[in-house]
Ligand binder design. Structure first.
Ligand SMILES: [Zn+2]
Length: 371
């Protein structure tokens, strides 16, 4: 086990939640502080409020990964007798970096919307509002037969070869590799100055663009050659569709029963509901955060109920007239990301051999009380 620096932790995090998935104009990435330092403790937060910063100071955290960017509108100044200025001052004084993953974390596989769909036990969840199609690359590797299986495993394990719900998809063909080790080489097979021919296997697979570096380095690790022969090709095929929200099904129940399920699953005491509590619910759309803009997507996709936060009075009227039930459990249900990201990033750090403690912030940042 080794101590990681901030860049290494964020590099792993961005494999899970790539910046390229964010909506245009979103304020993501490192917002405050620096990453070129040792990281022993990372705290995962939904919002960066002053109480959250105090918690980070108390727990001696070096990095906060937050869903909501603490700096959203451009700052004109940093005055330390204002709340925002004081917060930034505290963070900098204690050398705590803040990194924001907002809409990219909503969209990421295993991100906010996937976590919500999972909590609500949606069957066959699909993306509600597609925003992103993954570009794919083709990777071709030449290896001696002895290492072909290890390389196929390394490829599969690092995320290559996903086609739909099939993983570890590769194609292999046998052939002959030829090479001449020049002066200064230390060949795994053959000798310096002698033309060598070897029975080799050509392995090909597809890789989502954002995983290329990870896959190639895992493959090179598993490959015996000093100089690995491999090609990366651009291809036209598109991979997984990602986007905001999820739509799936639950066992048929009444809206009233589903309300109780939502409260339990998302850990809220009270929700706002639009619709007839005795109406039947089977198809469910869910979108973390403010989903006003997308209620028509939910209706169009045939949802019986739309679970989202920050619903306006007029959106509620529109949905009511369209016959779409709504459950608004509040924006704060995105708190689900605290545990979700903690789990994913802990696993990734462990696999990379990093000794780092990752934990969710314990501060409740919901500004509302339901009385
Ligand atoms: Zn949000």
């Amino acid at each position: 086990m080794k101590t990681a620096n901030g860049h290494e932790i964020i590099q792993l995090f961005e494999q899970f939640s790539p910046k390229g998935l964010a909506m245009e104009g979103d304020k993501i990435g490192l917002q405050i502080g620096r990453l070129n330092k040792k990281i022993e403790k990372v705290m995962i937060a939904l919002d960066v409020l002053e109480e959250v910063i105090d918690e980070a100071i108390e727990k001696q955290v070096q990095l906060i990964i937050a869903h909501h960017p603490p700096i959203f509108r451009p700052l004109k100044n940093v005055l330390t007798d204002t709340v925002q200025g004081r917060m930034i001052e505290k963070l900098i004084k204690h050398d705590i970096a803040v990194y924001a993953a907002h809409t990219n974390l909503d969209v990421a596989a295993g991100g906010v919307n996937d976590l919500l769909a999972e909590a609500l036990e949606l069957a066959n969840p699909e993306v509600l509002v597609p925003t992103f199609e993954t570009n794919l690359k083709k990777v071709v590797i030449y290896t001696p037969e002895s290492h072909a299986e290890a390389i196929r495993q390394a490829l599969g394990k690092s995320g290559a070869g996903f086609i739909g719900n099939y993983s570890h998809c590769t194609f292999s063909a046998e052939g002959t590799g030829r090479f001449l080790p020049e002066a200064g080489t230390n060949p795994y097979i053959g000798e310096q100055g002698q033309l060598e021919s070897v029975d080799e296997v050509r392995i090909e697979t597809i890789v989502p663009e954002h995983l290329i570096k990870k896959v190639v380095s895992a493959m090179i690790k598993a490959h015996p050659y000093e100089e690995v022969a491999y090609d990366v090709y651009p291809i036209e095929n598109k991979g997984e569709v990602l986007g905001l929200g999820k739509i799936g099904t639950v066992d048929e129940m009444t809206l009233g029963e589903f309300v109780e399920k939502v409260k339990m699953a998302l850990e809220v005491d009270k929700v706002r509901v639009v619709g007839d509590l005795t109406s039947k619910v089977k198809k469910v759309a869910v979108l973390g955060g403010d989903g006003n803009k997308y209620f028509k997507h939910a209706k169009f996709r045939g949802a019986d109920v739309y679970v989202t936060g920050d619903i306006y009075y007029h959106t509620a009227h529109d949905a009511m007239m369209e016959g779409l039930n709504i459950i608004d459990p509040g924006h704060n249900v995105e708190k689900i990301m605290k545990k979700g990201v903690t789990k994913t990033l802990t696993k990734m750090c462990k696999e990379s051999g990093y000794e780092v403690e990752i934990f969710p912030s314990e501060v409740n940042t919901d500004p509302f009380q339901y009385i």
